[in-house]
Ligand binder design. Structure first.
Ligand SMILES: Nc1nc2c(ncn2[C@@H]2O[C@H](COP(=O)(O)OP(=O)(O)OP(=O)(O)O)[C@@H](O)[C@H]2O)c(=O)[nH]1
Length: 530
C-alpha cells in the first residue's frame, strides 16, 4: 500500500502540468500573434507616413511650380499690357523704330521672353522684337489671332504652345487684343515665352528617376513635361487619366494614376495657376517613394520572422521536454506499478507455498507462535494436525515428479477446503508434509477436521498404484493442548509428529492422536482409518 501511495505525487503532478502546458502554449500563441500584428501595423503605418510625406512634398512642389508659372506669365503679361496701352494710344506707325527698340529691350531684360510681336488687323507683322530684319509673315491663321478677332474682351489670352515662325522654337503665346479708338479690331499684341525657360526650372527639382512635372493648359495642350521629350511638344494630354482626374476634382488635388507615357503608377498632386487657365501636376513614382519603406519592411519582417522561428523553436523544445518528462513519468509509474506487483508476489511468496498456494513453513511457524501465545493468555485449547502423503516416494517414482507436484497441489486444495474455520491455518511444512493449525480447538475437534480431510482425499480416489490402497491416501497425527507459560510450541509439534508417526506405523491412511494426550475415551476412539 505504501508503494501505491507513492504513486500519487506523480499523478497529481500530471494533472497540474497540463494547464501549465496549455498556458505556455497560449502565451506563446498570443506573443506570436501580437508580434505579427505589431509588425503588420508598424509596416502599414510606416507606409502611410511615407505616402503622406510624399504627398506633402509633391503638394509643396506643385504650389512652387504653379506660382512660378503664374509669375512668369504675369510678368510677360504686364509688359504686354504696357505695350498694348502705348500702341493703342499712339498708334503703331507713330512709334516706329522707337517701339521696336523698346520691344528689343523688354525681351533682352526678361529671360522668359522669347519675343514680342504686333500684328495689324490682317495678321501681318507690324512690329517685332527681333534685331535683324525678317521676312514679313502673316499670323492670321494662329489660334490667338482668331481668338482676339472674334472676342472683344481685352484680357490676356494664353494659347496652346506653337512653334515660332521666326526662330523655329516652341513658345507659349500670351496675347492681347488691339483696338482702334472706335473699339474696332486693330490687331494683336503677342509675347511668347520660351518653353525652355520652364524646362530649365523643372530640371532643378529632385523628383527621382521616374517622377514627372507637367504644365498644361486647361484644354489639355501640353506646355512642358519633365522628363522632356521633343516629340511630345504641342501634343494634347486631354485623354490621359491625369487630365481627366484634374477635370473631375477641381483646382487642387492628388491621385495615384498611371500615365500613358510609361504606365508607371505615380502619386500626383495637381494645382491650377491662380490667374491663368493652366495647371501644374507633379507626380512621384509610387515605387520610388516606397523603395525605402520596402527595404525597411523586408528587414524588420525578416527580424520578426527570425524571432518567431526562435520562439517556435523554443516552444517546440519546451513541448518536447514536457513530452519527454511525460514519458519518463509514465515509465516511472509503470516501474512503480511493476514494483508494487512484484512486492505483492514477493510477499505472497514469502508467506505462501509456491506449489500449492497455501501458507508456507515461515508463515506456519509465525502463526504457531502467535496462536500458542494467545492460547496461553486466553487459556484456550490449540490443536495441530500434521498430514503426510502415504508412499509418496513411490508415487514420484511411479508417475514422475511433475505428477507428484500435481498430487501435492491436489492435497493442498483438499486441506484448504477442509480446514473449516477462517482462523484455521493450512500450511505446507515440508516436501509432502502438511499442517492444519486450529486455534481454540480441542483434540476431538482437530480429529474431526483431520478425518474430514483424509476422507475427502480418499473419496477423490486419485490413483496411486504403489499404494496398497490403490489410491492416494494420507496419514494424520493430531494433538491439542491448553498451553501454560512454561510450555513451548515445539511441544505441540513434537506431539503431533509423534501421532503422525503412530498413524504411519499403524497402517497409514488414518488419523491418530498422540497416545498420552488422547486421555479420554472419546478421543481414543477417534483414532480413525479405513
Ligand atoms: N513431486 C514432489 N515430490 C516431493 C516434493 N517434496 C518431497 N517430495 C518427495 O516426497 C518423498 C517423501 O518420501 P518419504 O519421506 O520416503 O515418505 P513416503 O514415501 O511418503 O513414505 P511414507 O511417508 O512412509 O508413506 C520423497 O521421495 C521426496 O523426493 C515435491 O515438492 N514434489
Amino acid at each position: 500500500m505504501k508503494a501505491e501511495k507513492q504513486l500519487s505525487p506523480v499523478t497529481e503532478l500530471d494533472g497540474k502540468k497540463r494547464p501549465l502546458i496549455a498556458i505556455a502554449a497560449s502565451f506563446l500563441f498570443v506573443v506570436c500573434i501580437s508580434l505579427v500584428a505589431v509588425q503588420g501595423w508598424s509596416i502599414y503605418s510606416a507606409r502611410e507616413t511615407q505616402l503622406a510625406q510624399s504627398a506633402a512634398s509633391t503638394a509643396n512642389m506643385a504650389r512652387a511650380l504653379a506660382d512660378h508659372a503664374d509669375s512668369t506669365i504675369e510678368l510677360v503679361d504686364t509688359i504686354l499690357a504696357g505695350v498694348v496701352e502705348s500702341v493703342e494710344h499712339d498708334g503703331i506707325t507713330h512709334y516706329g523704330e522707337r517701339l521696336h527698340l523698346h520691344l528689343i529691350d523688354h525681351v533682352s531684360r526678361t529671360p522668359s521672353l522669347q519675343g514680342m510681336y504686333i500684328y495689324d488687323a490682317k495678321g501681318n507683322w507690324a512690329l517685332h522684337s527681333l534685331r535683324d530684319p525678317v521676312p514679313v509673315f502673316n499670323n492670321a491663321d494662329r489660334e490667338y489671332f482668331i481668338y482676339h478677332k472674334t472676342h472683344k474682351d481685352k484680357l490676356a489670352h494664353v494659347g496652346a504652345p506653337v512653334r515660332s515662325r521666326s526662330t523655329d522654337t516652341w513658345v507659349l503665346p500670351v496675347s492681347r487684343r488691339l483696338e482702334n479708338k472706335d473699339g474696332s479690331f486693330a490687331g494683336v499684341a503677342l509675347a511668347t515665352i520660351q518653353l525652355s525657360f520652364f524646362r530649365t526650372f523643372y530640371d532643378s527639382f529632385d523628383i527621382g528617376n521616374y517622377g514627372t512635372i507637367t504644365l498644361s493648359t486647361d484644354t489639355g495642350a501640353l506646355v512642358m513635361r519633365r522628363p522632356f521629350q521633343q516629340e511630345q511638344m504641342g501634343r494634347s494630354i486631354a485623354t490621359e487619366p491625369l487630365f481627366k482626374q484634374w477635370r473631375e476634382r477641381g483646382t487642387l488635388g492628388s491621385a495615384a494614376v498611371p500615365v500613358d507615357m510609361d504606365a508607371a503608377e505615380r502619386m500626383y498632386t495637381y494645382r491650377n495657376l491662380r490667374r491663368y487657365p493652366l495647371f501644374v501636376a507633379v507626380g512621384l513614382s509610387t515605387d520610388e517613394t516606397l523603395a525605402n519603406w520596402w527595404a525597411n519592411a523586408y528587414l524588420s519582417t525578416a527580424w520578426v520572422v527570425i524571432l518567431l522561428l526562435i520562439l517556435c523553436w523554443m516552444g517546440l523544445r519546451l513541448f518536447r521536454q514536457v513530452t519527454l518528462r511525460d514519458e519518463l513519468e509514465e515509465q516511472l509509474r509503470n516501474a512503480q506499478l511493476a514494483l508494487v506487483t512484484k512486492n505483492r508476489s514477493l510477499k505472497l511468496l514469502a508467506r505462501n507455498d509456491g506449489l500449492t498456494g497455501i501458507a508456507n513453513r515461515r508463515l506456519f511457524d509465525a502463526r504457531l507462535d502467535a496462536e500458542f501465545n494467545r492460547a496461553t493468555r486466553d487459556g484456550t485449547s490449540l490443536a495441530l494436525v500434521l498430514l503426510d502423503v502415504d508412499f509418496f516416494k513411490k508415487y514420484n517414482d511411479h508417475y514422475g515428479h511433475p505428477a507428484g507436484d500435481a498430487c501435492l497441489q491436489f492435497i493442498g486444495q483438499c486441506i484448504r477446503t477442509g480446514r473449516r474455520r477462517a482462523g484455521n491455518l493450512a500450511a505446507r511444512v515440508g516436501g509432502e508434509e502438511f499442517a492444519i493449525l486450529l486455534p481454540n480447538t480441542d483434540l476431538y475437534g482437530a480429529i474431526v477436521v483431520a478425518e474430514a480431510v483424509r476422507r475427502s482425499i480418499v473419496t477423490a480416489g486419485r490413483e496411486h498404484a504403489a499404494n496398497p490402497a490403490g489410491i492416494v491416501t494420507i496419514s494424520c497425527g493430531v494433538h491439542a493442548l491448553v498451553p501454560s507459560r512454561d510450555m513451548d510450541s515445539k511441544q505441540l509439534v513434537e506431539a503431533a509428529d509423534k501421532a503422525l508417526y503412530l498413524a504411519k506405523s499403524t497402517g497409514r491412511n488414518r488419523v491418530c492422536p498422540d497416545a498420552p494426550a488422547a486421555s479420554s475415551r472419546r478421543e481414543r476412539a477417534s483414532v480413525l482409518g479405513d
